[in-house]
Design a protein around this ligand. Structure first.
Ligand SMILES: Nc1ncnc2c1ncn2[C@@H]1O[C@H](COP(=O)(O)OP(=O)(O)OP(=O)(O)O)[C@@H](O)[C@H]1O
Length: 310
């Protein structure tokens, strides 16, 4: 459904997207993850034809986004990060206006607007002015707009941004339902959301892909690399230095706790377990230990590991 090859976008001297290549197959729900400024919005704006790339190519359902933009755009429903809505229009009126703008006939417009109002749970607000809607309902209007011309592909830029936990759950459920008969690429900062909704994740940083796999595989690979957590009494920096000298230890992150203990997060080589060596060290130095365990990795660990700055 999406084929991106060597996509690059430079703004003046800043390269926001750097030779990105990836594909999204029909029916997939793919999460696009990255820290602020990673290049997610820039990539999505190029995919939807709103921003020309500096170089590279994008095909949507076999159509080149720039050479055959009319056909390509018909296949795409785009919900930008801050959904631009006309506050002085009523919900139904706005969706009709958008449908007409997207080239639907009056008959198709009536039918599709009614369908998307139902799909997006907008019945109770169909006659309300957009200005009075809550953020959750505004997002739903944005989704209804993206869906109104019945596209195969939905590109959603942070669809749950700024919503409260209940609204997030509702939008997430809606996206999952839409995923049953659409291909979806969505960007988000909320990692649990990706684990719950997406079949695959693409992690980008500095305009480049750092990893792409199923959330489960990403976490499992990370788990193989291993992480140990310890709480030891003493100076956090001194203890961290000593642990960092041990074999197979890749990195130690110390935190001084308020009660004088040090919390250490220790990343070790794949297939190794540093617990015994950390314990021996503590005994040798006469440092009291109150906890020492291997921690299960989460998608958040994968994300932090791949996009850390130091
Ligand atoms: N029109 C522009 N002119 C100059 N630089 C830009 C422009 N648009 C984006 N950038 C820069 O490109 C980089 C990528 O921005 P982008 O908005 O794509 O990131 P993002 O991953 O969507 O971030 P966020 O999570 O904060 O939305 C940033 O460094 C940004 O400052």
């Amino acid at each position: 459904m999406i084929e991106v090859r060597d996509l690059t976008k430079r703004f003046a001297r800043h390269t926001a997207v750097n030779e990105l290549s990836f594909s999204v197959g029909k029916g997939e729900i793919v999460g696009f993850l990255g820290p602020n400024g990673a290049g997610k919005t820039t990539t999505m704006r190029m995919l939807t034809g709103y921003l020309p790339p500096t170089s590279g190519s994008i095909q949507i359902g076999g159509c080149d986004v720039f050479r055959d933009s009319i056909h390509a755009r018909r296949k795409i429903g785009y919900m930008p990060e801050n959904v631009p809505l006309y506050d002085d229009m009523r919900v139904r009126e706005y969706l009709k206006f958008r449908a007409r703008l997207k080239g639907l006939s009056p008959r198709e417009t009536r039918q599709r607007v009614n369908e998307v109002i139902e799909t997006c749970g907008l019945e109770s607000v169909r006659r309300k002015m957009i200005r009075v809607l809550s953020k959750g309902y505004r997002q739903r209007v944005g989704l209804a707009d993206a869906l109104v011309h019945d596209p195969d592909l939905l590109i959603l830029d942070e669809p749950t941004n700024g919503l409260d936990p209940n609204q997030i759950r509702q939008i997430r459920e809606l996206i999952k339902r839409l995923g049953e008969n659409h291909t979806i690429l969505l960007s988000t900062h909320i990692l649990s959301e990706v684990e719950m909704t997406c079949s695959r994740v693409i992690i980008i940083d500095g305009g480049k892909i750092r990893a792409q796999d199923t959330p489960k595989a990403l976490v499992e690979n990370m788990r193989a690399a291993g992480k140990v957590q310890a709480e030891i009494l003493g100076d956090a920096a001194v203890i961290a230095d000593a642990i960092a000298q041990l074999d197979h230890v890749k990195r130690v992150q110390p935190t001084a706790l308020e009660d004088g203990w040090a919390a250490l997060e220790v990343l070790v080589d794949s297939g190794t377990d540093a617990r015994e060596r950390i314990h021996e060290l503590a005994v040798r130095k006469s440092w009291p230990v109150r906890s020492l365990f291997r921690r299960e990795s989460t998608l958040e660990d994968v994300f932090v590991e791949l996009t850390r700055r130091d």
